[in-house]
Design a protein around this ligand. Structure first.
Ligand SMILES: O=C(O)/C=C(\CC(=O)C(=O)O)C(=O)O
Length: 360
């Protein structure tokens, strides 16, 4: 008989995927990952035999637990699940799935919601980044209907507010891991930066682009993608990320002057497909570069003024507003809005041969 794993299938921002409780999954990470791959239908380019959506933004999972060290109220382990690769990567952050972690934990009975608004510190175990997340819980349970709108999601929903502190160097050790605000790799100038997400920021013009091309146009340009991947493989070791040929970081954001009254125009490779919008911590990192004099982003940005300012990061399906708190030219905190929704709750059946791991 199949093993039934409790599961809450959530949309978090512009991503979606199943959430599990750590206690419902095998402890051994190798068996756990085999179970997740089976649940998602990987490896298979169509993920036809599982829950995965055959795109990076819909091939994600969250694993929840309550920490005992006092460092947070909820631990969220994020997994980027390979589609054609049999790989569950728990290295990077994902701010979109993070937005769904608290409602999922309340749905699962792991955390008791407050009456009115529930605010908790949620730690992304992957990097240790802690975010303060607030959701509406009028009677102690999350509500999902509401009037908050985020670009990339067609319907309005209840707001999820996310506040970040201490995101510098999340994976690379420092905001500017090379020690430079600008580097040159294979003749292309770039800013290599990590304020929650390692990102290579390159002017779209440096690659012969305008910067407002559609994701379809960019995804269809095999020569461009090969060039960008070659740059990524060279830049990643400079960012202390080593060999990233099987890693989803760093991301690459091509920047250009804003076209819709925002702070900057973006097209982001994550890293092999073009994002239909932009990731959460990706947007925080691009906003950080946009206000940093000397960076490639600063050259084309309208960075605004003041110790607290809102930067509108333009992307293929609209914009993403990031409020930043600054000390000098340094971003020390970021706040932003997401929405999330429970799409389905149930159990995922997994074959006992996978659940039990290889025979001894
Ligand atoms: O960059 C990606 O692969 C996609 C993400 C990551 C994210 O949310 C973030 O940058 O925090 C997403 O949109 O879910």
């Amino acid at each position: 008989m199949a093993h039934e794993i409790p599961c809450w299938y959530m949309r978090g921002g512009t991503s979606k995927g199943p959430f599990f409780l750590a206690r419902d999954l095998p402890e051994d990470p190798t068996i756990r990952d085999a179970v997740i791959l089976a649940a998602m239908g990987s490896p298979d380019p169509r993920q036809i035999d599982g829950l995965g959506g055959a795109k990076p933004l819909t091939s994600k999972v969250g694993i929840l637990s309550v920490p005992t060290d006092g460092g947070a109220d909820l631990d969220f382990l994020f997994g980027q699940v390979g589609i054609a690769d049999a790989l569950v990567d728990t290295t990077p952050n994902c701010g979109n799935m993070l937005a769904a972690a608290l409602p999922a934990a309340i749905e699962a009975g792991l955390i008791e919601g407050d009456r009115g608004t529930t605010t908790r510190r949620v730690r992304t175990v992957n990097t240790g980044v802690v975010a303060e997340i607030s959701i509406e819980t009028p009677c102690g349970q999350p509500v999902y209907d509401g009037e908050a709108r985020i670009d990339g999601v067609p319907r309005p929903a209840a707001p999820v507010t996310c506040g970040f502190l201490d995101t510098e160097g999340s994976l690379t050790g420092s905001l500017l891991p090379t020690g430079n605000v600008r580097d040159t790799v294979d003749g292309i100038e770039m800013t290599l930066i990590d304020n929650g997400m390692p990102v290579m920021i390159i002017a779209a013009a440096a690659l012969g682009l305008r910067g407002d091309e559609s994701p379809g146009q960019l995804d269809g340009d095999a020569a461009l993608k090969a060039r960008i991947e070659a740059l990524r493989l060279k830049a990643a070791p400079l960012m202390n990320l080593g060999d990233v040929s099987h890693k989803p970081v760093p991301k690459i954001t091509l920047v250009s002057p804003p076209r819709a009254g925002g702070a900057i125009g973006t097209r982001t490779f994550i890293p092999h497909d073009v994002h239909t919008s932009i990731g959460v911590l990706g947007a925080v990192t691009v906003a950080t570069a946009a206000v940093l004099p000397g960076s490639v982003a600063y050259d084309v940005a309208h960075p605004g003024e003041g110790d607290v300012r809102t930067l509108s990061i333009e992307h293929p399906t609209g914009e993403f507003s990031v409020e930043v708190g600054m000390e000098g030219t340094r971003v020390v905190r970021a706040a932003l809005l997401r929405t999330a929704r429970l799409l389905m709750r149930g159990t995922v059946p997994v074959s006992p041969s996978i659940w039990c791991g290889p025979a001894a």
